[in-house]
Design a protein around this ligand. Structure first.
Ligand SMILES: [Zn+2]
Ligand SMILES: [Zn+2]
Length: 253
């Protein structure tokens, strides 16, 4: 299949976000990316958050039952240059406040920044633990606690270093009839992955995290080590989000 021409199968703009549910009712395509996962918009609702007003779009999935969602701020359908963030689920960081990673900082910063813009999109992708799942992530943590590094831990569990797939993200962007995205990322590889799946990436917005008095040292240490994450006891850990952090310097927020 020509990567520049993904299957579109009726993924046309409709007047309102909620009209996507009816449009997608019988949608079925060969999917985007190597896993050939097809998703359809299943439900749309308001989602006021502590970061701003969003609508939440729930996606059905024809392969593995994973329930991905999109958070939409403003009008995105039919628009070019939509600021977009891809966030991979991290239950321990996002919901439980774990400091083994900085996923929650990355998520909150993205939502806060998107909510300030005219329009914006965050895809919350259910690829927990670099795609290996929650239980396996905890098993990898357990092996790391015993002294294995993360690559060794993942391999001991029979996984590659990174099992993430952005084909689903590409399909979600196409489903939302977004014509092009400005990707909020520090990682050029993520841009290439979306483009490989037929999504037009018209620009990049640096994903810069504000430091506060509590996390400044933690974030700056990681930023300085340019992607080589250290957890508090000094063992190297792989980032669960695939963006090296860039930290706003100087001012506490
Ligand atoms: Zn499809
Ligand atoms: Zn995390």
């Amino acid at each position: 299949m020509d990567a520049s021409a993904p299957p579109c199968n009726g993924l046309v703009p409709v007047p309102r976000l909620e009209d996507l549910v009816a449009r997608d009712k019988n949608h079925d395509c060969s999917g985007f990316g190597p896993a050939h996962i097809c998703v359809r918009v299943d439900a749309v609702a308001d989602l006021p958050t502590r970061f701003g007003r969003f609508r939440i779009v729930a996606f059905w999935n024809n392969r593995d039952g994973k329930e991905h969602v999109a958070l939409v701020h403003g009008d995105v359908m039919g628009h070019e240059d939509v600021p977009t963030r891809l966030h991979s689920e991290c239950l321990t960081g996002d919901a439980l406040g774990s400091l083994r990673c900085d996923c929650r900082d990355q998520l909150e910063t993205a939502l806060r920044n998107l909510a300030k813009m005219e329009r914006g999109l965050l895809l919350y992708l259910r690829q927990e633990g670099r795609g290996i799942g929650l239980r396996n992530k905890v098993r990898a943590y357990q092996l790391q606690d015993k002294g294995l590094d993360t690559v060794e831990a993942n391999r001991a569990l029979g996984f590659r270093d990174d099992e993430r797939d952005y084909g689903v993200a590409a399909h979600m962007i196409a489903s939302l009839a977004v014509k092009s995205v400005r990707l909020m990322t520090n990682n050029p590889n993520k841009i290439q992955q979306l483009e490989r799946n037929g999504i037009k990436v018209s620009g990049r917005i640096p994903h810069v995290m504000p430091a506060n008095e509590f996390n400044r040292f933690y974030l700056q240490t990681k930023a300085v080590r340019s992607g080589h994450y250290l957890e508090f006891e000094g063992k190297e850990v792989l980032p669960e989000q695939d963006d090296p952090p860039v930290v706003e310097s100087g001012r506490a927020t």
